[in-house]
Design a binder for this molecule. Sequence first.
Ligand code: ADP
Length: 252
Amino acid sequence: HRQRQLETALEDLEASNERLEQFAYVVSHDLQEPLRMISSYLSLLEQRYGDELDDDADEFLEFTVDGAERMQAMIDGLLEYSRIETRGNPLEPTDLETVLEDVRTDLQLQIDDTDTNVTVNDLPTVAGDSAQLRQLFQNLLSNAIAYSGDDPPTVEIDAERRDASEPRTDATEHDGDQWIVSVRDDGIGIDPDQTDRIFEIFQRLHTYAEHPGTGIGLALCRRIVDRHGGEIWVDTEPGVGSTFSVALPAVD
Ligand code: ADP
């Protein structure tokens, strides 16, 4: 009887998850069209009448363009988020060292601009979707750099094998060996009361002026990790730094 109850609850959860995904897709897709119109008329306004605007009007236009760009980034993120389940590639042996090389290339500009010292230690091959893992580590590394103090950030990436018999949370579906890959920064850290919230979509702990962002990155990470049957968590201390860890399935 209890087994049946659990199965029904799981089916309900899956159905509502699917509806949510569909909702996110439709909303973000339908928002693209009017936003495209706003953006193109804004740039027309700038091109044709930019010279005639006084300083105030010029600033208002700049804020409007900025708002439109932020909204575009949120829609793009929401679309990506809703596609994690449906657009993924099959999980296959993926060399994380290659993934991290690509991620470094993607973020080279941010790394150079902030003088970040990134150390990548030996990384394993895991069962994964290489494009999604690239997205996952790009978000984690980019956050590690962005949420830093005034000094140039130091970020270290490490991996440690976790035996199938070791304890793990209920969240993980994978019952074989796993690799725990961690991204450690010496940045501003996170209030321990907020560590669950940051994995929810659109949840941010800072104003846009302090740290720009969409609040989608970590929610996207969690979905990617879920799809891999793994888990994601953070160990952190305000003013000292944060370590984001992900558990991913080992291949052998
Ligand atoms: P975004 O960075 O676009 O705001 P995320 O979902 O990636 O969205 O992160 C959510 C929030 O979690 C961030 O706004 C920030 O407050 C906090 N956060 C994420 N990574 C870190 C980090 N490495 N150090 C401190 N705070 C972080």
